[in-house]
Design a protein around this ligand. Structure first.
Ligand code: SF4
Length: 819
C-alpha cells in the first residue's frame, strides 16, 4: 500500500532526520534545565513559533466515545476518582452489550475513536474481578479488552485507542492487532512520589521504570503511542523536564510517540489529595511550552480543554496543536466533574487564534493513513482507510461520491487568508507553472484558505468561460463489460467466463450498437461515446468496425471513443504503431478520444490500483500521439482511493505539461472514486472516495493549475448529483458533461444519480446554480436549434439489449504481448 509520510506528524526515525526537521539545537532558546531560567513570555512565544512551523494552521481533536471497561484498579493513586472498589451487586466490567451500545451511540454522534480506559490489572488485587473475568471467559482484563476492541472495530466501525496500563509484550501485541493506537501516561519520573506520602504510594504500576519500559516496548512493537506528564502531584519543574526528555529520547529511538499530553492535576473530593493545591494556569502554560520545546517538532502537544474550564483557549498560546479526545456523548470518566466544551465552542475558540479545528483519528496521519504498513495491523489499516480523508485526518461527514450531497455549506471562521496561499494563487493567475509542493498546498486548504482557492477559481472561470455552463447531448455505449484487466476500482468489468458477479457479462452485437447510435441521433444526441472493457478476444479490427458501423449508419454523429488503453490494445493486436493505428481509426470515422484510463498518472499508484494497465508514460504517449494525429481528447483524473495529495498534484502537472506542448485537451474531468462496489474498497484497501471538500478543491485547483492551458473544467452529475454539481460550478467548473442516456459504469460502482439527465433537467440544474445553459457539441461548438429541439422532444428510450457473449477468435498476438 502506498505510504508517503510527510507533514504533519512525521515520526523522526533517526537523530539525523530529527536534525533535518528542526530540533531544539536550531532554536534561539537554551534547553533542558536552562528552560527553567527563561522568561515566561519568551518561552511561550518560542513554543508558538515552533508549533506554527511544524503544525501550521490546523488544530486537531479526536471525536471519541469513552468506554470505561472496568473501574477496578490495583493501584491507589492519591488523586484518582476513576478507580472504584468492587461493590456488592454491581458488575465489575461492562458487558459486551453495554460496550457495543456505547460505541453505537458514539458512532451515531459522529465519533471515530473508541477510547478504552480502564484500571490496571484489577484481577491481581480483587477476587470479584477474577470471578467476573472467569464468567466472561477470560483469564485477564487485557484478554477481555482484546475481545471488546475487536467487537467495537468490526461491528461498529470505530477505531479503538487503548489505555491499558503497564503490560507485557504478548499483551501489547494482542492489543496491537485490534486497536490503532495505545497510550500510557508516563506522568512523572520521580521515584519520590512512590514512597510513603507520595501521590503514587502503593501504586505498583506507577513506578517510572515500569512505565518507561512499557513505552519503550511500544516503540519496539511499532505501536503508535500517546504519553504525557501529569503536573502538580508533587514533582518539581526539573523533574517535569526530565520526564519530557525521557519521552523525547524514547521517540528518537523508535519514532512511535505521536503525541504528548500535558495534564494538570485537579483536586477531587474524597481523595487523599482533595486539599492539595492545583497547578495554576501559568504553571500549566509554562509546562506545555517546555514540552513543545523539548519534544521533536512533529510530535503533537496536547492539553485537555476540559481541565482548564473557561480559560481553555489560552492553552493555544503555549504551543499546543491538539485538544485531545472530545466526546459529544460520554463524560470524561477520569475527570467527571469537568465537562468537555462542545465542538462549536472549541471551533470558535480555535478560530480566534487563527487556527482551524479539524477532526483527527486516534492514529495521526504519519502513524495512520500515511504509515499503514509500518504502524497498523491489516484489519486496523482497513478501518483507518475507511475513516480518513486524503491527508489522513478524519472525514468531516458521512458523504461519499455517489451519495446525495448535503446542501449545507460551512462558513469560514478564520479572518485572514494565509499569505502563502495568496502568493501561490497569484502565480496561478499569472499563468505561471506551479510546483508539486504548491499544488499540494492548494489541495490541503481548509476554511478561509479553501474559500479563497474556490473563489479565485470561480473568478478565473468567469474570466475564461463567462457565465454559461455547457453540456452535450450524448449517449454512452459500453459495447462489452468483459475485461481481461483487474483494476481494483472497477465494479463494471466481468471476466471472460464470468457468471453472476455483479450482473451478467455481455458483448454487444454490432446491430445493437448501431441501433443505439441511431436512437441517440433521433433523440437529439450529437455524440456517441464508445467505451468498454478490454475483451481478450477483441482486436484492433473490432474497434475499427465499431467506428465504421456507427459512421456508416449515422453520418452526422460525432464519435468520441476508445481510451488510450483501447488504442494501445488495438494497435498491439494488429502489430501496428500507435501512430499508424490512430490514422486507421481516423479513416474509420473516429472524431475524438476520451481521456479515461488515466486514473492517477503516477506509477506508484497504478501499481496498486491497476497493475496490469498501461503505465503513466504510455498513457501520456498515446494522448500525445492522438493530439499529433489531429485528434482532440479529454483528460480525466479518478481520485480518492489510495493516492496522496502529492500523486494528485503530479497528475495535474503531467496534464498541464502535455497540454503546454500539444494544446490537444478539450477539457479536464475530475472523477471522484465511487467506492461502494469497488473490489479494492470491499477488501478494505481503499478510502471511501474523496470527501466533498476534496471534490470541490480538485475542481478549483484544476482550474488554477490549468489556467491559460485548458479552458474547460467538467463536473460529473453521475458521481455528485445535482447539489454536488451546483457546488462545483461555484468552484471553477463550467461544464456538466453529457446527458449520457445509458450511464452504467458509475451505477455498477454504486452511484444513485440515475442513467440519464435529459436536456431539460440539465438546464434546470444549471439555472438552479444561477447560470446560463448552453448545449454544445463535443468540441464546444454550437448546436443548431433543430437538433436541440429533437433533444427536447425526445421519446422514451427503447429497452436496451445486452447481447450474451459469443465465442470469438482468440487474440493470440495480444495474449503474447501480455505474457
Ligand atoms: Fe477493465 Fe477498464 Fe474496468 Fe480496468 S477499468 S477492469 S480496464 S473495464
Amino acid at each position: 500500500m502506498i505510504q508517503q509520510a510527510r507533514t504533519p506528524g512525521h515520526p523522526a526515525e533517526t537523530e539525523a532526520e530529527y536534525e533535518k526537521i528542526g530540533n531544539m539545537k536550531n532554536l534561539d532558546l537554551p534547553l533542558g534545565a536552562d528552560l527553567l531560567d527563561e522568561p515566561f513570555e519568551t518561552l511561550l512565544a518560542a513554543a508558538r513559533r515552533r508549533r506554527d512551523a511544524a503544525h501550521p494552521r490546523l488544530q486537531t481533536y479526536s471525536p471519541k466515545v469513552f468506554i470505561p471497561l472496568t473501574q477496578l484498579c490495583r493501584n491507589l493513586c492519591h488523586y484518582c476518582t476513576f478507580s472504584q472498589p468492587p461493590k456488592a451487586g454491581q458488575a465489575a466490567y461492562l458487558t459486551r452489550e453495554e460496550v457495543l451500545a456505547i460505541a453505537r451511540e458514539g458512532k451515531a454522534a459522529g465519533c471515530t475513536e473508541a477510547l478504552f480506559t480502564l484500571g490496571d490489572k484489577p484481577e491481581l488485587r480483587f477476587k470479584a474481578a477474577r470471578d467476573e473475568l472467569e464468567r466472561l471467559g477470560h483469564a485477564s482484563t487485557i484478554s477481555y479488552l482484546v475481545e471488546m476492541c475487536a467487537a467495537v472495530s468490526q461491528e461498529v466501525g470505530l477505531l479503538p485507542h487503548v489505555n491499558a496500563g503497564v503490560m507485557n509484550r504478548e499483551e501489547m501485541l494482542a492489543l496491537r492487532g485490534v486497536s490503532v493506537s495505545q497510550g500510557l501516561m508516563l506522568e512523572t519520573v520521580s521515584e519520590r512520589l512512590c514512597a510513603k506520602g507520595g501521590a503514587h504510594y502503593r501504586s505498583p504500576d506507577k513506578h517510572p521504570a515500569a512505565r518507561i519500559e512499557t513505552i519503550r516496548m511500544a516503540g519496539e512493537l511499532q505501536v503508535p503511542f500517546t504519553s504525557g506528564i501529569l503536573i502538580g502531584i508533587g514533582e518539581t519543574r526539573a523533574e517535569r523536564i526530565e520526564a519530557l526528555e525521557t519521552l523525547r529520547d524514547l521517540h528518537l529511538a523508535y519514532g512511535h510517540i505521536q503525541e504528548v499530553i500535558v495534564q494538570n492535576f485537579r483536586a477531587k473530593p474524597k481523595t487523599v489529595m482533595a486539599h492539595a493545591p492545583e497547578p495554576d494556569m501559568e504553571d500549566l502554560l509554562w509546562t506545555i511550552a517546555a514540552a513543545r520545546m523539548i519534544m521533536p517538532p512533529n510530535v503533537s502537544i496536547q492539553a485537555p480543554p476540559n481541565l482548564s474550564a473557561a480559560d481553555f483557549p489560552r492553552l493555544i498560546l503555549a504551543g499546543i496543536n491538539d485538544w485531545g479526545g472530545v466526546s459529544p456523548v460520554t463524560p470524561d470518566h477520569v475527570n467527571p466533574e469537568a465537562p468537555w466544551p462542545e465542538i462549536e465552542r472549541l471551533a470558535a475558540a480555535t478560530a480566534a487564534h487563527e487556527r482551524i479545528l479539524v477532526p483527527r483519528l486516534p492514529a495521526y496521519p504519519a502513524w495512520g493513513l500515511l504509515g499503514l504498513d509500518r504502524w497498523q495491523a491489516p484489519k486496523m489499516a482497513a478501518l483507518v482507510r475507511a475513516s480518513a480523508d486524503a491527508s489522513g485526518w478524519g472525514r468531516a461527514d458521512c458523504w461519499s461520491p455517489g451519495m446525495t450531497v448535503d446542501p449545507h455549506r460551512t462558513v469560514p471562521r478564520l479572518k485572514i487568508v494565509s499569505p502563502a496561499i495568496e502568493k501561490i494563487i497569484g502565480r496561478a493567475i499569472a499563468r505561471e507553472a506551479l510546483s508539486e509542493r504548491e499544488v499540494v498546498s492548494l489541495l490541503e486548504t481548509r476554511d478561509i484558505d479553501m474559500d479563497y482557492v474556490c473563489r479565485s477559481a470561480d473568478l478565473l472561470r468567469r474570466e475564461t468561460c463567462g457565465d454559461t455552463v455547457a453540456f452535450v447531448v450524448n449517449r454512452n455505449i459500453n459495447y462489452t463489460n468483459i475485461c481481461n484487466y483487474k483494476c481494483g476500482f472497477c465494479a463494471f468489468s466481468k471476466g471472460d467466463k464470468s457468471e453472476a458477479l455483479r450482473g451478467k457479462a455481455y458483448d454487444l452485437d454490432l446491430n445493437e450498437v448501431v441501433r443505439r447510435a441511431r436512437e441517440a441521433w433521433e433523440r437529439g444526441a450529437t455524440e456517441v461515446c464508445l467505451q468498454g472493457g478490454i475483451h481478450p478476444h477483441y482486436t484492433g479490427d473490432t474497434y475499427l468496425s465499431l467506428a465504421r458501423s456507427v459512421r456508416d449508419a449515422v453520418p452526422g454523429i460525432h464519435i468520441h471513443a476508445f481510451s488510450p488503453l483501447e488504442v494501445t490494445q488495438g494497435a498491439a493486436t494488429l502489430g501496428l504503431s500507435i501512430d499508424a493505428y490512430l490514422k486507421m481509426l481516423k479513416e474509420a470515422g473516429l472524431n475524438t478520444l476520451p481521456g479515461t484510463a488515466a486514473e492517477i498518472l503516477d506509477d506508484e499508484v497504478r501499481a496498486v490500483i491497476c497493475p496490469d494497465k498501461l503505465s503513466t508514460r504510455e498513457w501520456l504517449d498515446v494522448a500525445e500521439a492522438s493530439h499529433r494525429a489531429g485528434f482532440r481528447t479529454t483528460a480525466t483524473i479518478m481520485f480518492g482511493h489510495v493516492e496522496t495529495l502529492e500523486h494528485q498534484a503530479r497528475h495535474l502537472i503531467a496534464i498541464r505539461d502535455l497540454q503546454s506542448r500539444t494544446g490537444g485537451f478539450t477539457e479536464f474531468v475530475p472523477l471522484p472514486f465511487v467506492h461502494m462496489e469497488a473490489p479494492m474498497a470491499l477488501k478494505g484497501l481503499a478510502r471511501r472516495g474523496p470527501t466533498f471538500r476534496e471534490v470541490l478543491l480538485m475542481h478549483a485547483v484544476a482550474r488554477l493549475v490549468l489556467h491559460g492551458r485548458i479552458a474547460n473544467i467538467q463536473t460529473s452529475w453521475v458521481k455528485l448529483g445535482r447539489v454536488g454539481v451546483a457546488a462545483c460550478l461555484a468552484a471553477g467548473a463550467n461544464d456538466i458533461g453529457g446527458t449520457l442516456m445509458n450511464e452504467s459504469i458509475s451505477r455498477a460502482a454504486g452511484t444513485r444519480h440515475g442513467q440519464e439527465l435529459a436536456p431539460r433537467e440539465m438546464k434546470a440544474l444549471i439555472a438552479s446554480a444561477g447560470r446560463k445553459a448552453r448545449q454544445r457539441d463535443t468540441l464546444y461548438g454550437e448546436v443548431s436549434d433543430a437538433v436541440q429541439q429533437r433533444g427536447e422532444d425526445a421519446a422514451a428510450l427503447e429497452p436496451i439489449v445486452l447481447t450474451a457473449p459469443v465465442k470469438r477468435k482468440v487474440n493470440t498476438m495480444m495474449q503474447l504481448e501480455r505474457l
